[in-house]
Each structure stands twice: as C-alpha cells, then as structure tokens.
Design a binder for this molecule. Sequence first.
Ligand code: PGA
Length: 244
Amino acid sequence: MRTKLVVGNWKMHGSRPANAELLAGVLAARPYTTDVAVCVPYVYLTETAATLAGSDIRWGAQDVSSHAQGAYTGEVSAAMLAEFGCRYAIVGHSERRAYHAESDQLVAEKAQAALAKGVTPIVCVGETLAQRDAGETEAVVKRQLSAVIHLLAHCASEIVVAYEPVWAIGTGRTASPEQAQAVHAVLRAQLQAATGHGAAMRILYGGSVKADNAAALFSQPDIDGGLIGGASLKAADFVAICRA
Ligand code: PGA
C-alpha cells in the first residue's frame, strides 16, 4: 500500500515572516493521514528544518548539483543537503529544464547525486502543450523517465516521480483526473518493467492542484499525491490539499 505524499514547491517565493506563518499553519493542522513535505529555497532550508524539527513534516530542496563537490559556483551538493537532514530534492522541474537548459541526462545525474547521499529525488517529467497536441505525451514522459532509470539502474525504485504537464503548471488549467491517471499508468508500467517495484513507488501529480480539485485527482488509482506550487504558499490551501 502506497502512502500518499503531498509536497509543497514554494519555488522562488517566501520571506522569513511569511515562511514562519505558513509553517506554523501547516504544523497546527497536524496530524495528517498523508506524508507531507515542503521544498523551499536553499537559504531557508536550515530555518525550515529547525521549525519542523520534532514533527513528521519533511523538507527538501528544489534542485541539487550533479557534482559531488568542487569549483561549481552557485551550486549546492547533495552532501551539503544531507548534512542538515534534507529528505527530498526536486530534480528536473520543467522550469529548470526550460530556463536552465537541463537535459534528461543532467536530470538523471542530479537524481543519482541525490540518492548517493540518501536524499530522495523527486523526478519531474511532463509534456508541453505542443507535445500533447502532437500526440507525443507518452513518448516524452517515457524518454524523460528512462534517462533516470537507465543511470540509476537497481536504485531507480528509490525515487519519487512527479508527472507535471507543463501546460498545467501555474496556468490554472489542471489535467483532468482521467488525463493524469492515463499518464500515471504509463509511468507506473515503465517503472514496474524497469525495477520490478513499480507497484510500490509513488507517482505524484503536479500542475494547478487546488483544494477543490485535489480529491478527484488523488482518488485515481495511480496518483499517489501531489507536487503543489501556488497553492502551497497559503497554509489553509495547502492543508486542505493535504487533507483531500
Ligand atoms: P502549480 O505548480 O501548482 O503552481 O501549478 C506546480 C509545480 O510547478 O510544481
């Protein structure tokens, strides 16, 4: 049985007072029946860790370097994250693929670097609107995931996957539960064929998840929770999604 997981992706939002208020609201609404985590900007990681210490709310980063250490100005390694007890690192978010030209191969290397230090990568995959309209959705997400599976080999069963159609991110246009489920089923079959553990792996949906559509999405058989952007920035909204 897969425990559902809801992860807030704050992106480049927040401030110390706003974070304190948001995390207080998330903590106050415990207990949750799902696993809950927040992925915050690097500079807020230690403060977030301290605020969440002693609770079962996990925290993570929004990216990680593919390198172990060295002359990579501006990058943060998995070892540095692990030193503070970081549980998750998002890798391959479509915003990083688009604005930082991250390739499937680089995303796979980041996932590998995270896992090597015990940080669970949340590997994002998803098609653009043009790719969906061209009937390429399956091929695109399978290609993105297969790069990771190929590099991680037997460790691939330790990742979390997030299906995030690019056209649904921050647009208010959510994939329908049926559209999302169809892609999740494809991804699970791919994971099962490659690792033998697909049935136990968590596949999250992301893209304009809100309090009023979360329940329908999360009730699909292959949707194991969500990666939440905009709606993770207000405690009441995020809590409602965690409860959905
Ligand atoms: P959104 O973002 O919920 O604001 O659409 C999701 C994500 O990018 O992870």
